[in-house]
Design a protein around this ligand. Structure first.
Ligand SMILES: [Zn+2]
Length: 59
């Protein structure tokens, strides 16, 4: 999460904001997708309110 190295992102700003949906409770969040595909919910980290940690892109 704290890594800032972006090996294959020449001049991207790092994270990309997108909408994701929790697989467990179907809640939709704004999240940042890391360069390696890790999902971080804005203001919540990597876990949903329901405890779910599996998300898929919603947009
Ligand atoms: Zn959830």
């Amino acid at each position: 999460m704290m890594q800032h190295a972006t090996p294959d992102a020449p001049d991207a700003g790092g994270e990309r904001k997108t909408a994701v949906q929790c697989d467990a409770c179907q809640s939709i969040f704004t999240a940042e997708i890391d360069g390696d595909g890790a999902v971080f919910l804005i203001g919540m980290g990597d876990q949903c309110n329901c405890g779910g940690t599996e998300f898929h892109r919603f947009a």
